[in-house]
Design a protein around this ligand. Structure first.
Ligand SMILES: NC(=O)c1ccc[n+]([C@@H]2O[C@H](COP(=O)([O-])OP(=O)(O)OC[C@H]3O[C@@H](n4cnc5c(N)ncnc54)[C@H](O)[C@@H]3O)[C@@H](O)[C@H]2O)c1
Length: 256
């Protein structure tokens, strides 16, 4: 298959739904063989069906990315299916909307496990595997909340700041092993995650659905618009892009 990722073998965490599904479809369309690691069996199988129907190659591996044994099993399955991988889109994540002083301690642990520990567990395995197999490209999903602060999203902002620093560190530490690492940093995106976030913030008295969206990013972002940014960073077109946070927010971050 020809395409911008022809000959690439990709792993996408959180690749069953939302932006992850859009990326799974886009990466496969551009010629990558795609392994999807996710906890949603039906959505994962459906994404694989969509890819195969379009002539691409993909496999789904049920994997909770907070669990090291499940990550190991999923990577083993992916390598067995498609050989060594050279693209990783570390995307799985979630959000809690709550005042800091009302955030339960256990929710802190849950969010940091899903957003931060998972990135540690997945990328530490990927950099070793890629180093041993000629290099690769890693894309991590940050957020506009990686560097700016948002009320009612303290732990989420902490988690997204952490993965941006992970991205920067990998880009420095593994450059000479032939690995590039970058981040996509979206604003509000039309996914289950983004729509729930907007609804919960609005229920708490903020006004994102209309005025807030118009004033910051103009309109809600489509999942495919983030997938396309991740595709660029994953591809060899971004061969000299390493350690970058690519904001996919229609100028919101630049505005401050
Ligand atoms: N939607 C937005 O507005 C927005 C904005 C900025 C950043 N993000 C980031 O995007 C990611 C969420 O993606 P989305 O918006 O496509 O949301 P989504 O909820 O549609 O998709 C998230 C995917 O991750 C999977 N997932 C969740 N926990 C998992 C786990 N423990 N193990 C494996 N898979 C798991 C889900 O099953 C789902 O398929 C997060 O990293 C989030 O921080 C989202």
């Amino acid at each position: 298959m020809s395409g911008r990722l022809a000959g690439k073998v990709a792993v996408i965490t959180g690749g069953a739904a939302g932006m992850g599904r859009a990326a799974s479809l886009a990466f496969a369309h551009e010629g990558a063989k795609v392994s999807i690691f996710d906890i949603q069996d039906e959505a994962g199988a459906e994404t694989v069906r969509m890819i195969r129907a379009a002539g691409g190659d993909a496999a789904f591996f049920r994997c909770d990315v907070t669990k090291p044994d499940q990550i190991d099993a999923a990577f083993a399955g992916a390598i067995e299916a498609f050989g060594p991988y050279n693209v990783l889109f570390n995307h799985a994540g979630t959000i809690i909307v709550a005042p800091l002083h009302e955030t339960p301690d256990c929710e802190y642990d849950r969010l940091m496990d899903i957003n931060v520990k998972s990135a540690f567990l997945v990328t530490k395995r990927a950099v070793k595997h890629m180093s041993d197999n000629g290099g690769g490209s890693i894309v991590i999903t940050g957020s506009i909340a990686s560097e700016l602060g948002y009320a009612l999203e303290a732990v989420y902002c902490m988690s997204k700041g952490a993965v941006l620093q992970l991205m920067r560190t990998i880009s420095v530490e593994y450059r000479d092993a032939g690995i590039r690492c970058n981040a996509v940093c979206p604003g509000f995106v039309e996914t289950a995650h983004g729509l729930r976030e907007i609804a919960e913030l609005d229920a708490a008295g903020q006004q994102w659905e209309e005025e807030g969206m118009a004033a910051t990013q103009g309109r809600i972002c489509k999942p495919e618009e983030v997938a396309n940014a991740a595709l660029f960073l994953a591809s060899d077109e971004a061969s000299f892009v390493n350690g970058a946070a690519l904001y996919v927010d229609n100028g919101w971050y630049a505005k401050g």
